[in-house]
Design a protein. Structure first.
Length: 177
């Protein structure tokens, strides 16, 4: 059982710019349209847990819904899922422990945790087992940070580094317990 973060950040640690935009993620040329390991990551997980803001962002993209696994959206205000996502997206709320326990009871043992506030929420509850973070060499100077305040430090071990597209680095960290 594991909770895994898979995300890209700017060189200064932001996941979105000052206008909540993510266009800067596409500044590195990718002539072969390589998914840079994302499909391998998706093969490892049973479901996604994301925040409302991340859901709204993904839902705004052109094209079909990008996920074949169930997506659980954390929201205290959303009461229904848009009709076109009813069989793909499910609402959840509560503590990170309760959400994790409930999803595990439903057979979802390997969760992809996505979205800044959601990642911070799970880190604060010490429920992140692995982080795969790709760093794009762009300094945004502000925006939505990947990390937030914690009551105590969390130790991770660096287990892998990969250079991608001769421009960015994907680092894998596992929680030391």
């Amino acid at each position: 059982m594991s909770n895994i973060v898979y995300i890209a950040t700017s060189l200064d640690g932001f996941i979105a710019d000052k206008n909540n935009g993510v266009d800067w993620l596409h500044t590195i040329p990718n002539p072969d349209n390589d998914d840079l390991g994302f499909s391998q990551h998706m093969d490892r997980i049973d479901a996604l847990v994301m925040g409302r803001n991340t859901f709204d962002l993904v839902a705004s993209f052109d094209g079909p819904w990008p996920y074949t696994k169930p997506v659980f959206v954390l929201s205290n205000t959303m009461t229904t899922v848009p009709e076109k996502y009813e069989d793909k997206v499910f609402l959840t709320k509560g503590s990170a422990q309760k959400i994790t326990r409930t999803l595990r009871e439903k057979g979802f043992n390997h969760l992809y945790i996505d979205g800044g506030k959601t990642i911070q929420f799970f880190l604060a509850a010490d429920l992140i087992d692995e982080m795969i973070i790709s760093t794009i060499p762009t300094v945004l100077g502000g925006g939505i940070p990947l990390f937030g305040d914690l009551d105590q430090p969390l130790q991770f071990k660096h287990v892998k580094a990969e250079r991608l597209l001769d421009a960015m680095v994907k680092n894998t960290f596992v929680r030391v317990r």
